[in-house]
Ligand binder design. Structure first.
Ligand code: ADP
Ligand code: MG
Length: 676
């Protein structure tokens, strides 16, 4: 059977139905078969009516006295009836499902499953789903539930799938398999399960198919990358060592190892494609500086992309100082940079060796003479297209070496799948002398007694404080929506009253770049004691003397973001403190409690993956298309199995192309895995 045919080709799918299906992404017969039930209604264990207790119940009986009426007040339609079996009778009620009146035949037996609860003073079965016992027969008491789409309800899907029952048999296998017919069997059993167990097994196979495709896509991307040519950057050990010796600290072992891996990659003719992962404060920027220095020594150019102007400026300051001492010319290019045209001429001529900037780096008129290394900080902030733009700036027919950095640890499962085309270096240790940050969840109302004294103590020792607020103006959230939260401006005023001895200033994303720079600079120099800011300080900002952070409305941030924010403190040798303020009297969320408990970014990312799912973590920007329908990226066992099988598959060489549906299907994954 040809799975690329339009859904109309299926029995029972007319133009109108097809239209609705297309809108929800079910365009081909393949999409139709892969539209798996979201759950199964288990009619296998029906209770007799006499036995039922409040809660979820399943009964089996005949229904009568069905009527539908409308309430005048809320214009609700209420359908009521009575279900009877040998042991008794029970009232059933549906809201806004008037079609129920016509659904049932008087003398036939149905299963009903739903909540048995007290409603309007009477125990009733509320909005149960129903299925004809005779229909359920072949499904052994399990009935699939599909996500309803517009007019097409779960039971319509059931009917359509039923009509296509015979077609399952002609679905070809997707992957090389020992036994043939594995795929059609899995699809069939997912739609017509014999038991919950066989349904789960069937779905597991389909999840495996999905993971196989994703991993294969990443591996093929890697192969493509290996076909590209880069300019080799010879490693000049003596000079690099001199540079390292000039640093005011000793490198951590992890930094040493990571830089070694990078130097080796850069010596190759194959472009480096490496992700440098390290928790906040682990010293990634220093590793980037070494890589940049190595490239500059070889008389090549480096582009360093940062997500915000503040961060670009800070990297620039650091690089200009460190590399400047060794005769490397460093420049900053952001939207606010003056004399851009002149600067771009210098970049084009090759006089500037290291360019650090924001999105301004990506414009077409930013051209390089000999770009050999691209560094991307906080890589998850950028989309594939943005990265691609930069990569294309290397000389014709070559690709630059690519070093991407992230503080968002990537769970192992994602490393094997979505990021399977990357080499990864991990900075798994923090520089010596760092003390863990103590984190505390605190009700806003307790601030006066508990928080202010702590802040006073910190200020008393000459250390500085971040206060993170959500809104820029009163009544308007950072996202522009209406908001009740205290703005940075109001908070600044209040803190000035509470701490008259301290200099309190604010920072937010709507300020002019020059103003932001100025505030940030004064904070760095210690001229500001309390910086009230929106999350613009989230990424990378490095002020080692700031050791206490207060995060207001902490419930409204994600786990990764809170961890990043918190990483701004405790960066010098002093202990760091983070207070997560909560408003209202709800229990603190699991997110906050995990954050209070652990400072291990890797652990937290695993928790985050579980709580939110991969799509959200890796941002709509980059992996919005990563729409795994069945597989879960937390299923490491299945991932490992798929990975091993992909390796075998890759050995097939040309023969891989015979798996046409598979090869065509992975194109979309190839787009979203990191390289292309
Ligand atoms: P990241 O980008 O990984 O969050 P940074 O590179 O900004 O971390 O480093 C955090 C701070 O630690 C900076 O002030 C940096 O100068 C300092 N640092 C980097 N490496 C070391 C080291 N090996 N020993 C001590 N301090 C270090
Ligand atoms: Mg950083």
């Amino acid at each position: 059977m040809n799975l690329t045919e339009p859904v109309e080709s299926l029995k029972g799918v007319g133009p109108k139905t097809a239209e609705i299906l297309r809108k929800v992404g079910i365009k081909t017969t393949r999409d139709f078969f892969y539209n798996l039930p979201r759950d199964y209604e288990n009619f296998q264990q029906a209770n007799s009516i006499m036995e039922i207790r409040p809660g979820k119940v399943t009964i089996r009986g005949k229904i009568d006295s069905l009527t539908t009426r409308r309430t005048r007040r809320r214009n609700l339609s209420i359908t009521e009836g009575v279900v009877r079996d040998k042991t008794g009778a029970v009232k059933v009620v549906w809201f806004n499902q008037s079609y129920r009146t016509k659904q049932f035949e008087k003398d036939k037996e149905y299963f009903f499953t739903g909540n048995y609860e007290l409603k309007n003073g009477r125990f009733s079965l509320i909005s149960p789903s129903a299925a004809l016992v005779a229909d359920i027969g072949p499904r052994m008491g399990l009935s699939p539930i599909y996500v309803a789409h517009g007019r097409i309800r779960s039971m319509d899907f059931q009917r359509l799938v039923e009509k296509s029952r015979a077609l399952f048999n002609s679905i070809p296998d997707l992957l090389p398999t020992v036994k043939t017919g594995v795929r059609k069997e899995a699809l069939f059993k997912a739609h017509f399960p014999e038991s919950l167990k066989t349904a789960a097994k069937a779905r597991e196979y389909l999840a495996y198919e999905e993971l196989f495709s994703l991993i294969l896509a990443a591996k093929l991307n890697r192969r493509e990358n290996e076909k590209l040519r880069a300019t080799p950057v010879p490693f000049q050990a003596k000079e690099v060592k001199r540079f390292v010796d000039s640093l005011p600290f000793k490198l951590t072992n992890a930094q040493r190892l990571a830089s070694w891996e990078i130097f080796q990659n850069m010596e190759n003719e194959t472009p480096m494609n490496r992700l440098l992962q390290g928790d906040v404060g682990s010293g990634k920027t220093m590793v980037a500086a070494m890589a940049a220095y190595a490239a500059a020594l070889a008389r090549k150019q480096v582009a360093f992309l940062a997500p915000t102007a503040i961060l670009a400026k800070q990297h620039y300051d650091k690089f200009a100082q460190l590399l400047g001492n060794f005769g490397v010319s460093v420049a900053l290019l952001t939207g606010a940079t003056k004399g851009k045209a002149e600067l771009k001429r210098e970049i084009r001529s090759g006089r500037i060796q290291v360019v650090i900037g924001t999105h301004a780096l990506l414009t077409d008129d930013t051209e390089f003479a000999d770009l050999a290394l691209v560094i991307i900080d906080e890589q998850h902030r950028f989309g594939v297209n943005q990265r691609q733009k930069l990569v294309l700036k290397s000389p014709k027919d070559t690709a630059p070496h690519l070093l991407m950095m992230t503080a968002t640890p990537i769970p192992r499962s994602l490393q094997l799948t979505v990021f399977g085309d990357l080499d990864v270096s991990i900075l798994g240790e923090l520089p010596k002398g760092r003390q863990p940050i103590s984190t505390k969840i605190m009700a806003e109302t307790a601030a006066k007694e508990e928080l202010y004294p702590k802040m006073r103590e910190i200020l008393g020792t000459g250390q500085q404080i971040y206060w993170i607020s959500k809104a820029i103006e009163d009544g308007v959230g950072a996202d522009g929506a209406k908001s009740e939260v205290t703005s940075v401006k109001t908070r600044t005023k209040r803190l000035r009253e509470v701490f008259p001895e301290a200099k309190v200033e604010f920072l937010h994303g709507k300020m002019k770049p020059a103003e932001k720079d100025e505030v940030m600079e004064r904070f760095s120099r210690g001229e500001i004691q309390i910086l009230v800011s929106t999350t613009v300080v989230e990424v990378g900002v490095d002020v080692p003397n700031a050791n206490l952070m207060v995060i207001e409305n902490s419930e409204s941030y994600g786990l990764a973001q809170l961890h990043q924010l918190r990483g701004r403190v405790g960066r010098g040798g002093e202990a760091g403190f983070c207070y997560l303020l909560t408003s209202g009297d709800l229990q603190p969320s699991r997110r906050l409690r995990e954050l209070e408990r652990s400072t291990d970014g890797f652990y937290l990312s695993e928790v985050d993956l579980k709580l939110r799912g991969p799509g959200e973590i890796y941002g709509s920007l980059q992996h919005g298309a990563l729409d795994l329908r069945i597989a879960s990226l937390s299923d490491t066992k299945l991932i490992h199995r798929a990975q091993a099988d992909v390796e075998k598959f890759l050995q097939m060489g040309e023969k891989m192309l015979e798996y046409r549906e598979l090869m065509a299907g992975i194109k979309k994954y190839q787009q979203i895995t990191t390289l292309n």
